[in-house]
Design a protein. Structure first.
Lengths: 257, 388
């Protein structure tokens, strides 16, 4: 059975402020797969996520990214989101004055509009939101609060996965969603992500720690170092890394040059 | 509909000898001083020469009901007791108004009266005229009232308004001033609030229109008072809006809150100057002043300045001013969720202004401002710096 990939990254190079951060990334993600990208601080993990989401702080200097077979890099960030790409931010942004509910409704309707679907009416929207809030064990009072404003670190991360659950993307990139979470919050986040696993959806987890992968078991693990994927394997690679740390990986990156 | 009197009506000046004297002294003050210039600290960033040059004949303002002129005929004693006692002719435009006003609104809320519905004062200016609306609002002890004072007009004209609000002991007053003058209008206004013991007065000073606008909002707080001065200014094109506020903590145990927010676009300019005086006896004063400016174009100018003069030693006074652009991180966050560039920008601007709008306790005004804000965002779209 041959399926076409959701995401194909080919020899991707990107710079920030003239400094090359991504130095030839290759990665192919098929529907139904969960990939974990691990690596030491500064290896380019978050840059990769931001480039895929369309942040203009980074300039792509070489290579291409295909999303559902089409050029992704030519699309505006909002077009990428409307096409079903979702980035769970490492540092979710506080937006005072914009309620979570309004924000989510605007986001969902933008995506529905792109698909040629009508806007959800208020009742349907609210029942969808309530169901997803229950999944993430979130207090409904958060809906009427401003986006992420005054949220604890854990609440912010849960809010990201909650948004993902409502928006139901084809491809979700989770940028260190596990960092700073206590074990209870980690389990809730992992449960939310696992609920979204499906044969036509792919998930890319970017993480610094193996701990998350005990709860969301990946199909593939990649190790990123100095802007390149230096090793790929199955979940046992993550366990090996946990034992040895990233020490040997830095050397691998050196020899790869 | 539009009053067309072209000369000052002498009947007001001769209504009472006290009032005649007040007007004469004000006229002398104005003549001695003339229009202020930018060499004066209070007027440093606002050049009123275009106003001084206008040759518009003076007309009586077109006020909807509650006429001060009518009230003067009926209750001259009551009005003489309050009128001109609070707004100072140190401000040349107040002197000009006091010397020349012909009408305005008079509202008198007796003691222990709750006025359920907001009271509206509407001024509609006629083109090529100068008007000096003069408003006197007296709120008796233990009463509660909400007042909206709105200015609109057509064409070029000069409106020079003075409103004195006397807030009785233990009473609660909310005052909204909506400046929605025509795009070519000159608008100068002083709102002078005097709060008696334990009273609570909220002022919302909203500037949306006018070419050259200057607001002075001054409040004097007695013991146990709570005073709020909030403001919102949206400027575009070549508009200039200057807000000068003064909170005078004249007695102990009073709290004041001040939040002024501005959104500047085009080649517009704005001034915020916030004075807080804490008198020697005003112990336990709690004053907080905030001015935030969102600058949407590179061609805007904003001057913001807090001025705190604190003579008591057991007080809490804080102030802060910010000038910033739209938050790029927030913009990207919205866009990464599918909310398009322009909608994302509008949403952030709207959110910035809502902070002030939400504090207004009159739902109709909030809805009105939300609509006005939305329209101003739509109009300013061609200059939006966000990619399609």
């Amino acid at each position: 059975m041959s399926k076409s990939p959701i995401l194909e990254i080919k020899n991707l190079h990107a710079t920030a402020g003239g400094k090359e951060i991504l130095r030839g990334i290759n990665l192919t993600v098929f529907p139904g797969e969960v990939h974990a990208i691990m690596g030491p601080n500064g290896s380019g993990k978050s840059t990769l996520a931001q480039v895929i989401a369309g942040r203009d702080l980074y300039a792509v200097t070489k290579g291409e990214v295909l999303y559902l077979g089409k050029d992704l890099l030519g699309l505006q960030p909002e077009e990428r989101a409307q096409e079903g790409l979702f980035l769970a931010f490492q540092y979710p942004v506080e937006i005072p004055g914009v309620s979570n509910l309004y924000f989510l409704k605007a986001a969902l309707n933008a995506i529905r509009k792109r698909k040629g679907e009508s806007e959800l009416d208020a009742m349907d929207f609210l029942s969808l939101v309530r169901q997803k809030m229950a999944l993430m064990e979130m207090d409904e009072a958060l809906l009427n609060r401003a986006v992420n404003a005054g949220f604890s670190g854990g609440e912010k991360k849960r809010n990201e996965i909650f948004q993902m659950a409502v928006l139901e993307p084809h491809l979700a990139l989770l940028d260190e969603t596990d960092s700073g979470l206590d074990i209870d919050a980690l389990k809730i986040v992992a449960h939310g992500v696992n609920t979204l696993r499906s044969p036509d959806r792919a998930i890319v987890l970017i993480t610094h720690y193996q701990r998350l992968l005990n709860y969301i078991v990946p199909d593939f693990v990649h190790v990123l170092a100095e802007g390149r994927i230096v090793r790929s394997g199955d979940k046992s690679l993550a366990l090996a890394l946990e034992e040895s740390g990233y020490v040997g990986i830095e050397e691998l990156a050196e020899t790869a040059q | 509909m539009i009053a067309t009197a072209t000369i000052a009506n002498p009947t007001i000046a001769t209504m009472t000898s006290g009032l005649a004297d007040l007007r004469k002294r004000a006229a002398e003050r104005f003549e001695a001083h003339g229009f202020p210039t930018t060499r004066e600290e209070e007027w440093r960033f606002t050049n009123v020469a275009p106003i001084a040059k206008t040759q518009f004949p003076t007309a009586a303002p077109n006020v909807n009901g509650h006429s001060l002129r009518t009230a003067l005929e009926r209750h001259p004693g009551l009005i003489e007791e309050y009128l001109g006692r609070y707004a100072s002719s140190d401000n040349p435009f107040v002197a000009l108004n006091t010397a020349n006003f012909e009408d305005g609104a008079f509202l008198h809320v007796p003691a222990n009266t709750v006025v359920e519905e907001p009271l509206w004062i509407d001024f509609t200016a006629a083109p090529d005229r100068t008007t000096h609306p003069r408003n006197l609002i007296i709120v008796g002890a233990g009463s509660q009232v909400r007042i909206v004072e709105k200015y609109t007009g057509r064409g070029r004209y000069f409106t020079n308004a003075v409103t004195e609000i006397v807030v009785g002991e233990n009473s609660i007053v909310e005052h909204v001033k909506l400046e929605e003058e025509s795009p070519e209008a000159f608008h100068v206004a002083t709102t002078q609030i005097h709060q008696s013991r334990n009273s609570n007065c909220k002022s919302h000073n909203i500037s949306l229109g006018g070419l050259l606008v200057r607001n002075d909002v001054n409040a004097v707080l007695s013991t146990g008072c709570e005073g709020t001065l909030n403001g919102l200014y949206l400027t575009n094109g070549k508009q200039h809006v200057d807000n000068h506020t003064a909170l005078d903590h004249a007695a102990p145990h009073a709290a004041s809150h001040e939040l002024y927010k501005g959104i500047l676009d085009g080649a517009s300019s704005a001034v915020f100057n916030g004075k807080i005086f804490v008198r020697k006896d005003a112990q336990k004063t709690d004053a907080k002043q905030t001015n935030k400016n969102l600058v949407l174009s590179e061609n805007c100018v904003i001057n913001t300045k807090p001025e705190l003069q604190i003579l008591a030693d057991d007080v809490r006074c804080t102030h802060g001013a910010t000038i910033g652009q739209l938050d790029e991180e927030a913009l990207f966050y919205l866009r990464a969720r599918g909310i398009g560039g322009r909608d994302a920008r509008d949403l952030l601007i709207y959110a910035f202004a809502r902070d002030v709008i939400d504090r207004i306790g009159i739902p109709g005004i909030r809805a009105h401002l939300e609509k006005a804000l939305f329209e101003s965002l739509t109009h300013s779209r061609p200059s939006a710096g966000v990619p399609e």
